[in-house]
Structures are given as structure tokens and as C-alpha cells.
Write a protein that binds this ligand. Structure first.
Ligand code: GLC
Ligand code: GLC
Length: 619
């Protein structure tokens, strides 16, 4: 099988590499080294994974099934360590999880490590989580339980403690060439002129002066995350070796972290360059030849015109859907789904065999990456709108229900991004505060917050693609304020939504101890959890929500997002407002709501309640 795939795809792979490295005298050596490392990895692939490879060739778009439900979690925060996680597999199954993205698992610097996104070695796990052997066991237990394993490939940078970085600091030429190190500040300044700042409150510009390295090191993210130099084909080879090592652990989906930044060209913003696509496609062909059961997931949190360009059978079969994510929050703040519908309807289409990973929250901030042009067409000024959204979600807009934190406030542009858990951003934290203060509005506000969350889940789980939950949100966990007192986390407000769980009782996701014994709050959180369980069950039971298309339509009121699935047999309506919205008679044929089994008859006029989502299936 490997030989067949090799013959089939090696030409495609070589063509990509030729465009990147073909002018080098040693191009033929690069190719022969690549073949040698692929042969080796293919020889090491275990029989269980070979069987998965054969399955994946039969059903390459497995992630589009209606039964697919994803969960992102930090192993330590969720279950302590690998063995703890293994013990929780029955609970994951009971919730219906079929895809688990485990946040970074590998050795990284002790204190500052960007939540593990500064990898010091892919060959060693974080010792606090357990050993490589434990991780392999988790992978095979997942597979037995029908759960696909997703992990990160942090390939734009390594930590400054990676052995390559250490060798570069020792002055070894071979390894200095793995990174971009400029002895002269002028050189760094020249590049900086056209670069966006990603973490402006941590450090201005994209370079860090490192004494030991004798120069300015390219660090797009934090100072301890050194960008790799892919202009050097040896870096591509070395990272292929790491990638195939991960593949052979039993990884089903590889999340390509920060993939927009991997190629640099002077005078450009060094994001989304053509060469970055060629490079990712080259990695993809290497993976497809050696480990075809592993698909790539794109983490491009950039302009929607660029996000779409990473999606393809030859590049990333899966992609985060940051537009859907950001606009769900935009519509929640404005109580209008106008921009959401307008943007999604024109930007949903992806190639056959690929799909969106739809989500509401993840471990990162919310950035307002909608297109200004789409906004203009919907009568909205993008710049002012982003300012409003930031104010709305970070407690600077009167009447907002959200409790969020600003992230990476840029002192020059005033721009920022937003952090917070689903529940706190949806108003449950505000309601809990009112309750604690004995304010009678608490009940109503909590009801609204719960309804808001369930409406968002209702809309999310009816979309085509893979719905991805962020651990903690399924039980409506509130923000964790303790990050502010922590010397390391204090610098990164994303920790507000990275919360350690109390050890959970077996057999349930639920633990009311999190609420400090406040039964009022527990009761409301439990409503979210049971509501979500119902939504998951309804999705899994309806094949029309699997591999079928979507059509967005105008539901007659801006508050309502309307779309149909399964060739029009299923109509989804989601009311993003706190108003009752009347729907005109004859709007839908006789149907039944898949979420409640409630019938809706032809000719009936009905009103869609505040924050209500309906999945109407033709009777
Ligand atoms: C991605 C990760 C984020 C990390 C960054 C740098 O965007 O999701 O958490 O800070 O890459 O690796
Ligand atoms: C990502 C994005 C940025 C995101 C950050 C991590 O790669 O480009 O918007 O917020 O890294 O937080």
C-alpha cells in the first residue's frame, strides 16, 4: 500500500518541493533524504494503524458524519494526567465525543511556555502528564472507543530550549540556520516594517534580542518561541521526521498551529504566502503517503478570504471556522443575525471531501476576523463595529450581559481580542453576581443566559462539519479569576478560560463542587449540560445533519438565522434575540422539531421564543 501511494503521490510532492527548493544545488540530496525518512517511518507504522489507513481510504471524509462531536481539552486541567484521562474515556463516550483534541502534551519550558505551544521536544511528553508509553495507550484506548485523536503540530516555531535552539546558541552554524537570527538590528527593523504584531502587550515587533544567540531572533509570538526557517530544506526534513513520529503515535487529525506564518518573504507581512501553501501541501503529501489516516486541520485565524485557501484535499481537509465563531458572538451581542447570514451564505462552500470545524469557544481569544467588505454590504462599519464588540464583551458597554477580559490590547491601535468562557460571555456570571447580591433580576437573567447558550449550541450542532466543544463549556463553567494572581499567567488573559476542573465523580461530567456548593448556580449549569446532551443526541440520530449541504435563507427577521439541510427537508431557525419573533403562516411545511418532538403544522403561525432554536423536519 505504501509503495502504491508513493508512486501515486511522489510526483505531486516533488513538484511542491521543487518550487520551494529546486534552485538549490543539493535539491536531489534533500529528496533522497526525504525518501529515506519516509521509508523508515512507513516501516515503523504498526498494524493497527495500517488498518486505520485502509479505513480512511474508504471514507476520507469521516469527520463529516452526523455522529461526529469534538471536544478540546487540556489533559492536566481535565483529568490530571494520561491515566486520569484514560479513566474518563467512558464518560467521553457517554457524552458522545468522537474526536478529542488534546492540548499540547510535550516537554516545554518550566514557567513560560504559552500553554505548551513552545515545544522543546516532540519525543518526550510533559512528565507531569505521564510517559510516551502512556500517551500511546491513550491513543489506542481512544481508537477502541471510537474517538479520533487530534493533537497539535506546532511547526512554525520551537521553544528556545529545543535542542536545535540550544545548539544555535552554542554557535553551531548548522542549527543557527534552523532559525532566523540577525546579528544586525537594522535587518530585524527592515522586516518588522511590514509585519503585524501578534502579542503586542508582551513585546513590540517580531524579534527578540538574544545575547547567547548573538543577535535578533525571529519570534512571531512570545520571545521564547523561535520561528523556524523553512527557507532551509533541512528544517523541512527535520520537521517531517517529527510529524511522522506523531503520526505513528496514532494521531488522526493533526492541528497545524499558526500555519499562516510559516513562510517569510521580505517586504511582505509574512502571512498566508503562496510558499506557505506549497510547504503545507508538501507536508500533506508526505503524510498521505506514509500515514493516510491522518488528516490536517488548519488553524488559520485570519481574514476569511485567506482562511479558505488552506482548505483542500491536498492541503487541510479540516479547518477551524473562525468566521462562524466570531459572527456567532457578533450576532449574540447585536441580537441580529444579518451579518452572520450574509457572510456565511457567501463563504460556506468548501471543496468536496473537506469540512469546517465549527465552534463557539476554544482555548484562545475571540478575534473579530470578519471581512469589512461583508460588513459594509450589511450596512456596518467594520472598524467601529469591532470597537463596539470589544467594549461589549469586556465590560465597557452599559447593559452588556457579558463578563470577558481584553487580550493583547494594542496601545497604538486600541485594538484587542476577547477572552472568557462561554457561560461568562453569555451572561451566567452576571446572573450569579445578581443572585449573590439578592437582586430579583437574577432569575430572569440566568434563564436568558441558559437559553442563549442552548441556542448557540442548537445552531452550532445543526451546521455541516464537525462541531467542536471546548471543555468546561458543556457544563457552563464560569471564568476563573485566579490567573491574575499568578506570576506567569498574569501576562496572558487567555487563562481566564483555562480552568482546572475539580476531580469529577466517575460516570458524570458533572460536579457541583465547582460552584462552591451554590445549588442555585449548579442547577442552572446543569440545565445547560442536559440541554446540550439532548442536542447531541438529536444530531446523532438524524442522518440529514451529516454529509449534506446547507442553504442559508432570509427568515424574515434579522434576529433569526435560518438555514436548511438535507436538500430542504430540515429547516433550522435560531433566534439570536431576547424578543419573541413572529413567523408568518405557511413559512414551513408540516414538521416536527427534532429537539423537542413538538409538531408545527402547515398554515400555523407561530412565534419563535427568545433565544430559541428549532430543527424542523418535514413530516
Ligand atoms: C496558536 C495557538 C495559541 C498559541 C499560538 C502560538 O494560535 O492556538 O494558543 O499561542 O498558536 O503557538
Ligand atoms: C493565532 C492568530 C491570533 C491568535 C493567536 C493566539 O495564530 O493569528 O489571532 O489570537 O495566534 O492567541
Amino acid at each position: 500500500m505504501y509503495r502504491n501511494r508513493f508512486e501515486r503521490y511522489m510526483g505531486e510532492l516533488t513538484a511542491r518541493l521543487f518550487r520551494l527548493y529546486g534552485s538549490r544545488w543539493d535539491f536531489h540530496l534533500v529528496l533522497s533524504d526525504l525518501v529515506a525518512l519516509m521509508d523508515e517511518a512507513a516501516g515503523e507504522r504498526d498494524p493497527g494503524l495500517l488498518a486505520r489507513d485502509a479505513d480512511a481510504e474508504r471514507e476520507a471524509d469521516w469527520f463529516l458524519r452526523e455522529t461526529g462531536v469534538g471536544l478540546t481539552l487540556y489533559v492536566d486541567l481535565f483529568a490530571g494526567d494520561f491515566s486520569g484521562l484514560e479513566a474518563r474515556i467512558p464518560d467521553l463516550r457517554r457524552l458522545g465525543i468522537t474526536y478529542a483534541h488534546l492540548m499540547p502534551l510535550f516537554r516545554s519550558p518550566e514557567a513560560h511556555n504559552d500553554g505548551g505551544y513552545a515545544v522543546s521536544s516532540y519525543r518526550e511528553t510533559d512528565p507531569r502528564l505521564g510517559s510516551m508509553k502512556d500517551l500511546r495507550r491513550v491513543a489506542s484506548r481512544f481508537h477502541e472507543a471510537g474517538i479520533a485523536l487530534a493533537i497539535d503540530f506546532v511547526f512554525n516555531h520551537t521553544s528556545d530550549e529545543h535542542e536545535w535552539a540550544l545548539a544555535a546558541k552554542r554557535g553551531e552554524k548548522e542549527f543557527r540556520d534552523y532559525y532566523r537570527i540577525f546579528p544586525e538590528k537594522e535587518e530585524a527593523d527592515e522586516w518588522n516594517r511590514t509585519l503585524r504584531e501578534i502579542f503586542p502587550d508582551t513585546r513590540r515587533g517580531s524579534f527578540t534580542f538574544v545575547e547567547a544567540a548573538g543577535g535578533w531572533v525571529w519570534t512571531t509570538f512570545n520571545s521564547f518561541q523561535w520561528d523556524l526557517n523553512y527557507a532551509n530544506p533541512r528544517v523541512f526534513l527535520a520537521m517531517c521526521r517529527e510529524m511522522l513520529f506523531l503520526a505513528n503515535l496514532g494521531v488522526d487529525a493533526l492541528r497545524l498551529d499558526a500555519l499562516a506564518f510559516v513562510w517569510k518573504k521580505k517586504g511582505s507581512d509574512c502571512e498566508n504566502l503562496e510558499e506557505a501553501h506549497l510547504l503545507i501541501q508538501a507536508f500533506q503529501f508526505v503524510a498521505r503517503i506514509v500515514a493516510p489516516s491522518m488528516v490536517f486541520k488548519s488553524e488559520a485565524i485570519v481574514h476569511p478570504d485567506e482562511v479558505i485557501r488552506y482548505i483542500g484535499v491536498d492541503e487541510c481537509r479540516l479547518s477551524y471556522n473562525p468566521l462562524q465563531m466570531a459572527l456567532f458572538w457578533e450576532a449574540t451581542a447585536t441580537r441580529s443575525a444579518r451579518l452572520l447570514r450574509h457572510s456565511l451564505s457567501r463563504r460556506w462552500a468548501v471543496p468536496e471531501g473537506t469540512g469546517w470545524v465549527n465552534y463557539i469557544r476554544c482555548h484562545d481569544d475571540i478575534g473579530w476576523t470578519f471581512s469589512d467588505e461583508d460588513a459594509r454590504e450589511a450596512g456596518i462599519d467594520g472598524f467601529e463595529h469591532r470597537k463596539f464588540l470589544n467594549r461589549f464583551y469586556t465590560g465597557r458597554f452599559e447593559g452588556s450581559f457579558a463578563r470577558g477580559e481584553a487580550f493583547q490590547l494594542n496601545p497604538e491601535t486600541g485594538d484587542c481580542r476577547v477572552c472568557g468562557t462561554l457561560a461568562s460571555l453569555c451572561g451566567l456570571e452576571e446572573a450569579a453576581e445578581l443572585h449573590a447580591a439578592g437582586d430579583a433580576r437574577a432569575e430572569l437573567y440566568a434563564d436568558m443566559a441558559v437559553a442563549r447558550m442552548l441556542m448557540l449550541f442548537g445552531a452550532l450542532f445543526a451546521l455541516p462539519g464537525l462541531p467542536l466543544l471546548y471543555a468546561g463549556d458543556e457544563t457552563a463553567s464560569l471564568n476563573d479569576g485566579s490567573w491574575k494572581a499568578d506570576a506567569v499567567k498574569r501576562l496572558d488573559s487567555r487563562w481566564v478560560h483555562r480552568k482546572a476542573r475539580k476531580p469529577m465523580r466517575e460516570g458524570t461530567f458533572w460536579d457541583s463542587r465547582e460552584d462552591g456548593g451554590d445549588p442555585w448556580l449548579s442547577e442552572r449549569r446543569l440545565r445547560v449540560f442536559t440541554g446540550l446532551q439532548n442536542i447531541i443526541a438529536a444530531r446523532k440520530a438524524e442522518s440529514g445533519l451529516g454529509k449534506t449541504g446547507i442553504r442559508f435563507f432570509d427568515a424574515g427577521d434579522d434576529a433569526v438565522l435560518g438555514f436548511s439541510r438535507a436538500g430542504g427537508k430540515i429547516t433550522v431557525l435560531a433566534n439570536f434575540s431576547d424578543r419573541r419573533v413572529p413567523c408568518r403562516p405557511g413559512f414551513i411545511p408540516p414538521s416536527v422539531d427534532l429537539l423537542t418532538s413538538e409538531p408545527f403544522g402547515e398554515g400555523d403561525s407561530f412565534a419563535l421564543g427568545p433565544y430559541r432554536a428549532l430543527w424542523l423536519k418535514e413530516r
